[in-house]
Design a protein around this ligand. Structure first.
Ligand SMILES: [Zn+2]
Length: 172
């Protein structure tokens, strides 16, 4: 099925809920929905442990549940299922946050002048460099102008890669 075939989604789930969460996600995938008791039996785990992992899946928006009340006993049964759309949404949000961050960084790099200690150990922006009259605060040496064209190019490349990775058309 689609969810765990997509390496991005798989990586997201593994990162969010680990191997144990992945085992439960795979089990849920094979049967649309299951109760915590069924999962515990199938995996040979304690129900309390399974519930904890299920809750992690829920927090990571990988799984959701609906509950049903037994009319006679009043007991609640939780039926768990996977929510691949939520995972895709979470990935999309993360991609957009990263894009915002990079665009901000690109603006900063483009709009500022930089200087570097001749030993290359540290880069300073213009405002910081003026504070020490363009001398390295550590070595006392005169700072050189720093060309950040390579940094800008690298940020551009990452932005392009992230834009190309869009799961959905922009603005959708
Ligand atoms: Zn220095």
């Amino acid at each position: 099925m689609r969810l765990l075939d997509d390496p991005r989604l798989k990586a997201y789930i593994e990162e969010a809920v680990g191997d144990e969460g992945m085992r439960i996600a795979e089990l849920l995938l094979s049967r649309e929905e299951a109760t915590d008791t069924q999962i515990a039996e199938e995996l040979g785990e304690k129900p309390s442990h399974v519930r904890k992992v299920l809750y992690n899946l829920y927090e990571a928006r990988v799984a959701d549940y609906h509950k049903e009340k037994d009319k006679e006993t009043g007991w609640l049964t939780f039926y768990w299922y996977l929510t691949p759309d939520h995972v895709e949404h979470a990935l999309e949000m993360r991609r957009k946050r990263e894009l915002d961050r990079l665009e901000e960084r690109l603006r900063f790099e483009s709009e500022h002048e930089f200087f570097v200690c001749p030993t290359g150990h540290e880069r300073f922006d213009f405002a910081t460099a003026t504070e020490t009259d363009f001398h390295c605060p550590e070595h006392g040496e005169m700072l050189d102008a720093f060309d950040n064209a390579k940094e800008i190019e690298a940020i551009h490349a990452r932005i392009e890669a992230l834009r190309a990775a869009s799961a959905r058309p922009e603005g959708a």
